[in-house]
Design a protein around this ligand. Sequence first.
Ligand SMILES: *Cc1c(COP(=O)(O)O)cnc(C)c1O
Length: 386
Amino acid sequence: MINVFQPTVGAAELDALSEVFASGWLGRGPRTAAFEAAFAAHIGVEPAHMTFLSSGTAGLFLAIELLGLGPGDDVVLPSVSFVAAANAITASGARTVFCDVDPRTLNPSCDDVERAVTGRTRAVVILHYGGYPGDIAAVADFCRQRGLMLIEDAACAVASTVSGRACGTFGDIAMWSFDAMKVLVTGDGGMLWVRDPELAARAGRLSYHGLAQDSGLRSAARVPHRWWELKVRDFGRRVVGNDVTAAIGAVQLSRLPDLLRRRAEIVRLYDELLADTPGVRLPPPLPDGHTSSYYFYWVQLDATVRDAVAADLLQRGIYTTFRYPPLHKVPVYGARVVLPETEQAAEETLLLPLHAGLDDDEVRTVAGELRAAVRRHGAGYEEEQR
Ligand SMILES: *Cc1c(COP(=O)(O)O)cnc(C)c1O
């Protein structure tokens, strides 16, 4: 079976885990702080604004809480988003207003975002589809002009940049995900970045029982009188990462350049192998000045054959999928909009296997089987008509 996503972990991560085990300290501690600092350096921000969490989803819930969003507020979210973002918004009592996306990039344009803004809109939550930054710079400008808060769901964009600036640093708050299928994995985990220093400190407290930050990790030299007493400042939860997951994350971060290089090679190979294949449309090229984390590689097929092609590939041991099924079609969110571009993209798009563990032969197999399956089902994709 060729997996669509797969983590790339091995001996170096195991060595790091051995060290954690030997240290006798598995919880949040020095390795967590070191990972936060290393990740902050990678993104180009201050480490004090980073909090390592148990998941990216926890980061989304914290972001909504930190910005004080709730009943009476509208929040714009592309319909092509992961369910966690809509849940975080909806659970707060705020209303999710879904916006359309570009049918080729599956990222919203700034106009798509603007069209979804209402008189009650207070914030925009936006992701970077498959690691492609999209219109984030323009959306950030727009939000600033209109006084809207911007949350970047940078789950897919661990190493994506626009003009050298990291995705995740364009808005007020961002989170990244390190779950088992992402580009950088810790098993489960996420990172939260908060621009405002006071809110960043509050994020740290909210993620750990609402306790004042200095009541956690302290050195023996700074032990106060009755160190066991509680300093509760907020009604927090417990969604922190720990030294086990941080140790894996630190190794993965050091390997990130290699992991990205391999992903980029695979993308180039797919582009080459599938170029000019009748019935197969390739992802648009990255705009100048953008870099991608290459989390997804997607093709677009005629809607009448996409599902059959996916089923054929699965039978031949090639797992493909589609992310993210449009949320405005999920009844529980109560949306009553029609988003034509989103609906079209959701019928045509198929994600091919992409992870650093794929070898060239496997990529050739996927491309060859895709070509064959599309041919079997009749190409049918009339490029001229579009
Ligand atoms: C994976 C993902 C998340 C959720 O992150 P977890 O760490 O799995 O909780 C959120 N948003 C997007 C776009 C994702 O791909």
